[in-house]
Design a protein around this ligand. Structure first.
Ligand SMILES: [Zn+2]
Ligand SMILES: [Zn+2]
Length: 119
């Protein structure tokens, strides 16, 4: 099973959460996260937010953002739609805790490293 280092963005596939190196990691998602377009967008977005977690900031807490989260989770139907995958409107810079909170529900569980898994 391939182990993908350094992926800190939200990895979601087909309504099923995937984590780095996790089973069921969809090739298309992996390809997307390795594109220059995404890397540039992610870096530009992070910079535009000053590198701070947006949720914490709203609560008056200054904390480094670690995960660029897609508000509309990526799946097979939207992975090729730049309005979803690369639009700043669909992105959110979050710290590990806030990202975990975004995904902690009936369908997902977040591990100690902040990576999202399907239940
Ligand atoms: Zn996420
Ligand atoms: Zn936060």
């Amino acid at each position: 099973m391939p182990f993908v280092r350094g992926i800190t963005e939200c990895l979601m596939a087909g309504g099923r959460a995937i984590c780095r190196g996790g089973s069921g990691m969809a090739d298309e998602q992996l390809r997307f996260y390795s594109t220059q377009a995404w890397k540039k967008t992610r870096a530009a977005y992070k910079k535009s937010k000053g590198g701070l977690c947006e949720r914490c900031l709203k609560a008056g807490i200054i904390r480094a953002g670690e995960f660029v989260h897609h508000k509309i989770h990526l799946d097979a139907t939207n992975i090729h739609d730049p309005n979803v995958t690369l639009s700043f409107d669909n992105l959110c810079l979050l710290c590990r805790d806030c990202h975990a909170a975004e995904h902690s529900n009936k369908r997902y569980v977040v591990d100690a490293n902040g990576y999202v898994h399907g239940r």
